[in-house]
Write a protein that binds this ligand. Structure first.
Ligand code: FE
Length: 247
C-alpha cells in the first residue's frame, strides 16, 4: 500500500468543542463534512480516547468552529496536541455558549455551527458523530478557511497521534510520538547531551536517537541540529523546545 496516496485526500481543519456540565473541552479535527442540506446535518470523526468524545456522548451536543488560514502553531498546539485531561483549553480563548449551552470557540474562526447529536458509528479507533445543525454564524467573510494541505505545506504542521490522518513513522524506535517518554535523566554517572521537550506537543528529542527521517543522525546534540529543523510531531521550531535538564 502506498501511504503517499493518503496525502491526496483533501480536508479542512476545524475546532470541535463540547461540554460536560460546566467543563468544556475541544480539539482540532480534519474530519468534518456536511452530509445533507435539508435537513442540515454534519458528520465529524473523533478518537475514542479524546475527552471531547466523552463530552459529546454525555451532553449530546457539539460545535464546529471553522478555523482561518491565518493561524499559527501557538494557537493550534493546545487544541491539537494537548489533552483536556491535562489543561483547560478554554482559559485563554474567546468563546460563547450556543442555544444548547455548548461552547463555541470564536478565536481564529471564520464561521461556526452548533449541532445536536443524532447518532454515532464506531469505526474502530474513531467515532463518527452525526449532528443536526441547531444554529450557525458567519464570523468573517474575507479570511480563507484553513485547509489540511495549507497546514502541512505552509504552516509545517503535523498530525497528532489521535487524528484520523495520522500515519505512524515506519522505522521502529523512531516514532518519537509518545509524549513524555523520557525524563531527561541519563544513567547514573553517564551524563550525556540533554533531551529537549517540545512545549507545544510534548515530543521529546533524544540526542541518542536523533531524528533520522529529518536527516538528524543518532548522537546529535540538540544544539547542533540545524536551525530550520522542526518538531517532527507538531512542526514548531527549535525555539519552542526546552531542555529537560542542564548538562
Ligand atoms: Fe511539537
Amino acid at each position: 500500500m502506498d501511504i503517499q496516496a493518503f496525502f491526496k485526500v483533501t480536508y479542512g481543519l476545524y475546532l470541535i468543542s463540547s461540554m460536560d456540565g460546566e467543563s468544556y473541552n475541544g480539539h482540532i479535527s480534519n474530519t468534518v463534512f456536511q452530509v445533507s442540506a435539508k435537513p442540515a446535518r454534519f458528520a465529524i470523526a473523533s478518537h475514542k480516547d479524546n475527552l471531547t468524545t466523552e463530552y459529546i456522548r454525555k451532553s449530546k451536543v457539539f460545535s464546529i468552529s471553522v478555523l482561518q488560514e491565518d493561524i499559527d502553531m501557538d494557537f493550534i498546539g493546545p487544541w491539537g496536541f494537548q489533552s483536556g485531561k491535562d489543561i483547560d483549553k478554554f482559559l485563554a480563548v474567546n468563546f460563547k455558549r450556543g442555544k444548547s449551552g455548548v461552547p463555541i470557540v470564536l478565536d481564529k474562526s471564520i464561521a461556526w455551527f452548533e449541532c445536536e447529536l443524532l447518532e454515532e458509528t464506531d469505526t474502530g479507533s474513531h467515532i463518527i458523530f452525526i449532528g443536526k445543525v441547531l444554529d450557525a454564524q458567519l464570523l468573517d467573510d474575507k479570511k480563507l478557511p484553513l485547509t489540511y494541505t495549507y497546514y502541512r505545506d505552509v504552516i509545517k504542521g503535523r498530525s497528532p497521534e489521535n487524528a484520523p490522518t495520522y500515519i505512524e513513522r515506519e522505522k521502529p524506535g523512531e516514532t518519537g510520538l509518545s509524549a513524555d517518554t523520557g525524563n531527561g535523566e541519563s544513567k547514573k554517572g553517564t551524563p550525556g547531551p540533554a533531551k529537549y521537550k517540545c512545549t507545544v506537543c510534548g515530543y521529546v528529542y533524544d540526542p541518542a536517537q536523533g531524528d533520522p527521517p529529518a536527516g538528524i543522525p543518532p548522537g546529535t546534540p540538540f544544539e547542533e541540529i540545524p536551525g530550520n529543523w522542526t518538531c517532527p510531531v507538531c512542526g514548531v521550531q527549535k525555539i519552542d523546545f526546552k531542555a529537560l535538564r542542564e548538562n
